[in-house]
Design a protein around this ligand. Structure first.
Ligand code: AGP
Length: 612
């Protein structure tokens, strides 16, 4: 959603802010703005655009790149008020000296606005954010950091914000509560962002702000306090992502790059996770006692969107391998469902970003009820990691495209690793079987490489299907998840209506939708229920709907029943979604390209969804 960048140091702020805003575009936004503080004149120049960063850059060129070494920049994803210049951030106080950017939602803004207006403040925008610079103005007694803390003690809701004051020309103040914000520590300079990806070209030393903490940055010196003014020991981590990983590297889109990075991403996910001596899974960082894990009565997975589908696969793997009852809940529902979790339930929270508001809220609810919580995330230092008892890091590298691809595969693999580890702890499978499964898991990157060879065939198929208005995806067993995720990918990036179904469910309703213009993508690889899937495809055939089938190489069960056959490498059923979903990702991508869609930043979507 909204993106934040702040800077104080020796560099010219404006080009740095623009460059960083471009790096934050992937989060999804509709308008943008910057405020740059010139220490010589102690004045602030604000430039905003109701459109994209390119338009902002054009406006900045027009006014002649503002000078200054301190500044803030923002990409806004509209919640309160339309995407207009007036509503775009930064927002300012009545004096025009205080400027602020904000992600999150100020829940009591109506009441605060009424109080401020009664005191004579003028708030011309429709946003919730605008109350904050005016509150800071009210609290300001010559110290910005202190004023920010006092103002925030009156605010309810979620915020990641950065503030500058023309009277304190080398200072940037940042604060967060229930919204992500990190500080990059450079040589006599400080960068502040909603997102580690924006910082990695400048520094790998990252300070993670805790909930309700306020940081005051003056060039290279950062002091962190809690809202009551107590100085807090900062938490500093080193990020091992490379700046190149966050660039397109010759690919037309991040989504395609990330699809092709999947074998390498999985190698990283699997790195050091199967002991070469024993052949068994080892998960550093779990931090939950083996005795507790071995004794859990149930596993409850919480996640959203694609991560929810990975959660379904994880629950399936845990039930199949470790024989522990496992279920999955949409994180957005979990906290309101009076969930039956306690100290005997292992809650597994899956989230690429580690910042999804619904998943974070589910983690807090689970912990409140005494459940041990294990996070599966891709971003070190993220809020979910911080709040969970233990973490399995996906280690997939930065994922920039809004549509998740390589992180979905990494989530599936982490789910299998966890299931194998729990199975070992509970002696649910013979050691030989555990070893065989771990060895096959290690082969997955090569199998995914095999599936990527389908791209020319899929691209040609996409040309023929680009006009489609509806599509159905079906699968059985472990591959119900593959069907769900294939349909979600198509919806997200190409705006084609698509449904994923368990193949056996078709005849209970959705078969009514089938006609010659509704292709059915059938995942029909080697499995215990393949013959049943073949029968379901026969039912599809009888309705004249064209069939695209994903089958195991050399094991096509369809004769001429399927118009298009996509052959993927053979993998045991439990692991097969990791391989089978690859042609479906490529299909969604190429259809979206054919339809001229904005593949990396689909309309209405945001990379990390930090509001409920
Ligand atoms: C994936 O393609 C989607 N953009 C979306 O469903 C995503 O998986 C979901 O919002 C959860 O995000 P998270 O993994 O960062 O928590």
């Amino acid at each position: 959603m909204c993106g934040i960048i702040g800077y104080t140091g020796p560099r010219a702020a404006t080009p740095l802010l623009l460059e960083s805003l471009r790096r934050l575009e992937y989060r999804g936004y509709d308008s943008a703005g910057v405020a740059v503080l010139d220490a010589m004149t102690t004045s602030v120049t604000v430039v905003k655009s109701e459109r994209k960063v390119d338009e902002l850059a054009r406006k900045l060129d027009e006014v002649g790149m503002p000078a200054g070494h301190v500044g803030i920049g923002h990409t806004r994803w509209a919640t309160h008020g339309r995407p207009t210049v007036l509503n775009a951030h930064p927002h300012m106080d009545c004096t025009g000296r205080i400027h602020l950017i904000h992600n999150g939602i100020i829940e009591n803004y109506r009441e605060l606005r009424a109080q401020l207006e009664a005191k004579g403040h003028e708030l011309p925008s429709e946003t919730d954010t605008e109350v904050v610079p005016h509150l800071i103005e009210d609290c300001y007694r010559g110290n910005l950091e202190s004023a920010v803390r006092h103002a925030l003690s009156r605010v309810d809701g979620a915020y990641a914000l950065v503030v500058i004051h023309a009277d304190e020309p080398d200072t940037v103040v940042a604060a967060r509560l229930n919204a992500p914000l990190v500080l990059g520590l450079g040589n006599a300079e400080t960068f502040i962002s909603s997102d580690i990806t924006a910082l990695i070209p400048y520094t790998k030393r990252v300070m993670v702000l805790g909930e309700g903490e306020v940081a005051e940055a003056r060039a290279g010196v950062v002091t962190v306090r809690s809202l009551d003014g107590t100085v807090v020991e900062p938490r500093i981590i080193t990020v091992d992502w490379d700046a190149e990983q966050a660039q397109r590297g010759g690919y037309p889109h991040f989504m395609l790059k990330e699809i092709h990075e999947q074998p390498q991403a999985l190698r990283q996910t699997l790195r050091d996770r199967v002991d070469p001596d024993t052949g068994l899974v080892r998960l550093a960082g779990l931090e939950i006692d083996d005795g507790v894990l071995a004794g859990v009565r149930e596993v409850h997975v919480v996640a959203c969107g694609t991560a929810y589908y990975a959660g379904m696969a994880t629950a399936h793997a845990i039930e199949t391998l470790a024989r522990i009852p496992a279920r999955v809940s949409a994180a957005s529902e979990f906290r309101y469902a009076d969930p039956l979790v306690d100290a005997t339930t292992l809650v597994v929270a899956i989230s690429q970003s580690g910042e999804t508001a619904d998943t974070l809220a589910a983690v807090r609810e689970a912990r409140r009820r005494g459940a041990p919580v294990l996070a599966v995330t891709n971003v070190v230092g993220s809020a979910i990691n911080h709040e969970a008892d233990g973490v399995i890091l996906m280690q997939a590298g930065p994922e920039i495209a809004v549509a998740s691809t390589k992180c979905f595969l990494a989530q599936l693999v982490c789910g299998v690793l966890l299931a194998l580890y729990l199975a070992e702890l509970r002696s649910a499978l013979p050691v030989e079987e555990l070893r065989a499964l771990a060895a096959e898991t290690l082969e997955l990157p090569d199998k995914v490489e095999g599936a990527l060879q389908l791209e020319p065939q899929v691209a040609e198929l996409a040309q023929r299907l680009a006009h489609l208005r509806n599509a159905m995806y079906i699968g059985r067993g472990a591959n119900v998840v593959t069907a769900f995720e294939g349909a979600l990918k198509l919806k997200e990036v190409s705006y084609v209506h698509a449904e994923g179904y368990a193949a056996g469910e078709l005849k209970h309703g959705p078969i009514a939708l089938l006609d010659p213009d509704t292709p059915v993508v059938a995942v029909a690889t080697r499995s215990a229920t393949l013959a049943k899937t073949v029968s379901n495809v026969q039912e599809v055939n009888a309705r004249m709907a064209p069939v695209v089938a994903v089958v195991t190489a050399g094991e096509n069960p369809f004769d001429d029943m399927a118009a298009d056959i996509l052959e993927v490498p053979a993998v045991r059923e439990l692991l097969s979604p990791v391989v089978n979903v690859v042609p479906l990702q490529l299909l969604a991508y190429h259809i979206a390209v054919q339809r001229g869609c904005d593949v990396d930043q689909p309309r209405n979507l945001a990379k990390s969804v930090t509001v409920e």
